[in-house]
Design a protein around this ligand. Structure first.
Ligand SMILES: [Zn+2]
Length: 412
């Protein structure tokens, strides 16, 4: 008989993930939108996990589940650990849920080892990270940071239900939101474990990695206008083909991002008018999404893209206009807290790779409240927001041991 490693922490994590995955708004696939009946059921399950772990737990005014383990010094600033339990449509089961259950598993492990932390530990399951149902932006974690925008309450979902009405139906309290704001002096830090949602850890054969920063994002809409004409009669030298110009511009976007470190840039939408096989394209509207862990680098990249696209437009006799419509700064992770995670990763014999996060997380909001650090866990094929999302039992166990060790270092 071969030796089966026991991996008790990893097994506990996977069992909780399995329980949470049962709560869905759609039969046959996992969809758990903020304030939906499935979100409520998942919040109740999370609440019972926390209570079984010995935490004092409740569901707050915005539907976040919060559990608190008291420390030997109840006045000491608390350590927060969390992530989110809402999902995209047709989601995987690990995105968000993993970070929540890891927090609970760590408090169970501390109790099992007879350790009382020096400061309180709060585990939180945020509810509105994916920003799918309402036109919000990390509303539940920004509420912790005292930055909930009351305008969000009037935002409506696709059925015309306002966030305010959905919150009341969920059992929340629109009047209780401002009281959710935490006093930064009462918190020493926020730790979030999340699946990587990219292929870098798998490519390097590493179970976990340490987030250096969460990328800042610039989004813009660009418009290129040339002239329509007969695809058979207008000679090539006499054309003002908007799509041919945009083809060069997409090459510029690709080069500007691939020649810099840790930057990515994407043209995700390009609409061609009039869009007929025998007509020279007159107009193309396209989007730009540019990301970097360094704001200065991102701004320089976008500026270079604009300058080079303008040159292409001049040479080809087409017009080029670009309007940025979203600017989100990069969020560097906290130096000391990240160093604690790094020591914990080294402690299990894993090379501590630092990588930037290309996706946003609750940690973006929490970093405005207190020191924040993140750990990524390898996911199969780098796939997320997809039912094929998966992690291994071994990696779940490693992540739990890293988080447990980091927490011991922080709350010792
Ligand atoms: Zn997530």
């Amino acid at each position: 008989m071969t030796h089966q490693p026991d991996l008790p922490l990893g097994r506990r994590v996977m069992a909780m993930i399995e329980d949470l995955a049962q709560h869905t708004d759609e039969i046959g696939r996992l969809t758990r939108l903020y304030l939906s009946p499935a979100h409520r059921a998942a919040a109740d399950t999370t609440l019972s996990f926390m209570r079984e772990a010995g935490l004092r737990a409740h569901i707050d005014a915005l539907g976040s589940v919060v559990g608190r383990l008291e420390g030997s010094n109840p006045e000491a600033p608390a350590l927060l650990i969390g992530s989110h339990i809402d999902s995209v449509v047709d989601a995987g089961r690990y995105d968000g849920n993993l970070g929540v259950v890891l927090g609970i598993v760590v408090t169970e492990a501390l109790a099992a080892e007879g350790i009382t932390p020096s400061c309180p530990i709060e585990i939180v399951a945020f509810g509105d990270e994916e920003n799918v149902r309402f036109p919000t932006n990390l509303s539940t974690s920004y509420a912790f940071a005292g930055r909930f925008d009351p305008v969000w309450l009037d935002g409506k979902d696709a059925e015309g239900v306002s966030l305010r009405d959905a919150l009341v139906a969920f059992g929340g309290d629109p009047l209780g939101i401002s009281a959710l704001a935490r006093d930064p002096a009462r918190y020493r830090g926020y730790l979030e474990v999340h699946i990587e949602q990219g292929p870098q850890l798998e490519a390097r054969d590493l179970p976990v990695g340490i987030v250096s920063a969460i990328n800042g994002i610039t989004r813009a809409r660009a418009h290129v206008i040339g002239e329509a004409g007969h695809a058979g009669t207008v000679p090539m030298t006499m054309r003002r083909d908007a799509l041919a110009a945009v083809a060069e511009m997409i090459g510029i976007v690709e080069r500007a991002s691939s020649t810099r470190t840790d930057t990515v840039a994407t043209v995700g939408v390009a609409q061609v008018q009039p869009g007929a096989i025998n007509v020279i394209p007159a107009r193309v509207d396209f989007t730009l999404d540019a990301r970097s862990p360094d704001d200065a680098v991102r701004h320089a990249m976008v500026q270079d893209i604009v300058t080079e696209c303008e040159a292409v437009a001049r040479r080809r006799g087409v017009s080029f206009a670009i309007e940025p419509f979203m600017e989100s700064p990069a969020t560097p992770m906290h130096k000391d807290l990240t160093a604690q995670l790094e020591e914990a990763v080294k402690g299990i014999g894993v090379e501590p790779l630092r990588l930037a996060s290309g996706a946003g997380h609750d940690a973006v909001a929490m970093a405005t409240l207190c020191p924040t650090a993140m750990l990524f866990v390898r996911c199969k094929g780098g796939i997320s927001h997809n039912p094929a999302e998966s992690i291994t039992l071994e990696d779940a166990d490693m992540a739990a041991r890293v988080l447990l060790d980091a927490v011991k270092r922080i709350v010792a």
